[in-house]
Design a protein around this ligand. Structure first.
Ligand code: THU
Length: 311
């Protein structure tokens, strides 16, 4: 009795797996739609048992590959939520398995349905049944266009990373690519520092999503406490100028330190509040040393009342 129960339960988990993949993976829904279309095509054309087996194999292979791919993606995200070259390699390789299965499925459909349709065209041409042969030709055309669209889709959605993760990568690239330029702007901003007490200048250049740069410098106070760091000046200025929280791409900070400057705890908390967690932070010093990090690496587990998605 227990064995039957656990057997039934394992089926239920497997069913959950299919439901999960269907509800979360656009590609899976696409494979299912393609599978239904292939079954309908098979029934309409009345293909034989051997051909049916090939179509069935193509369907099962594609769906199984997609299930493996989804499982791999989830496992990789679990162990490495951020982008990592090895995580990317694992996801890309799993995605390649889906692509291989999809190409096989397209080949099977073209060969099986194509040959049946071609047979009909030949027969009809022989018997000069023009309407039927035109319909069959149209069928071949639909099949070919469908195959191209299918492979395109299989490729397009097989990056294995969500849009948010990809945007993170894009921002990292944008930030990295413009590191020199942003640091140069930060150096310029530092020249405007008001620092009569510490005589220590700091400059910041904050890049927003529209590509505009917002400048910041430290502004000190004789009561010390009200002193504002360069990073916060840039962020508060940008917000006051109308930039929405979260709509930033990168920030560069430069100070006359021996090593690249490291932002104070208060600025890290403000960055965590107003910037996307994966936003690059480029730290530099006057002699040209650089360090690239991110908002969340500077302050892991930052306190927040707003949801990260709102950024
Ligand atoms: N300061 C900044 O502007 N940013 C930092 O990341 C560290 C410190 C400023 C505050 C103060 O005016 C001076 O540096 C010395 O602490």
């Amino acid at each position: 009795m227990n064995t039957i129960k656990s057997f039934a339960r394992s089926f239920r988990w497997a069913f959950h797996g299919v439901a999960y993949a269907l509800s979360t993976q656009r590609n899976m829904r696409f494979h299912f739609a393609a599978a239904i279309a292939a079954v309908v095509f098979s029934l309409v054309l009345g293909i034989g048992p051997l051909e049916s087996l090939w179509v069935l194999l193509a369907i099962v292979m594609t769906i199984a590959a997609e299930l493996w791919n989804t499982a791999t993606e989830k496992l990789v995200d679990l162990s490495m939520p951020k982008r990592h070259p090895l995580a990317k390699a694992a996801k890309d390789t799993a995605a390649a398995a889906v692509l291989a299965a999809a190409v096989f499925a397209v080949a099977v459909c073209i060969i099986v349905f194509g040959s049946v349709l071609l047979d009909r065209i030949m027969d009809d041409a022989y018997m000069s049944g023009t309407i039927a042969s035109q319909a069959a030709l149209l069928g071949v055309l639909v099949l070919l266009i469908g195959a191209v669209i299918y492979v395109r889709f299989a490729q397009a959605y097989q990056t294995g990373y969500t849009r948010k993760q990809q945007e993170g990568e894009y921002k990292m690239n944008a930030g990295e690519g413009r590191a020199e330029e942003l640091l140069q702007h930060a150096r310029e901003a530092g020249k405007r520092a008001y620092a009569p007490y510490s005589n220590f200048w700091v400059g910041a250049a904050l890049l927003d999503q529209h590509g505009h740069i917002h400048y910041g410098c430290n502004v000190e106070n004789s009561a010390y406490g009200p002193t504002n760091c360069a990073e916060r000046t840039a962020l508060f200025r940008a917000i006051a100028d109308g930039v929405k929280a979260g709509h930033f791409q990168a920030i560069a900070v430069m100070g006359d330190t021996e090593e690249p400057i490291t932002p104070c705890g208060t600025c890290r908390q403000v960055m965590a509040e107003l910037c996307p967690p994966d936003m690059p932070v480029i730290l530099g010093n006057a002699s040209g040393k650089q360090r690239l990090t991110t908002v969340s690496d500077l302050l892991p587990g930052a306190f927040r009342l707003t949801k990260e998605e709102q950024l």
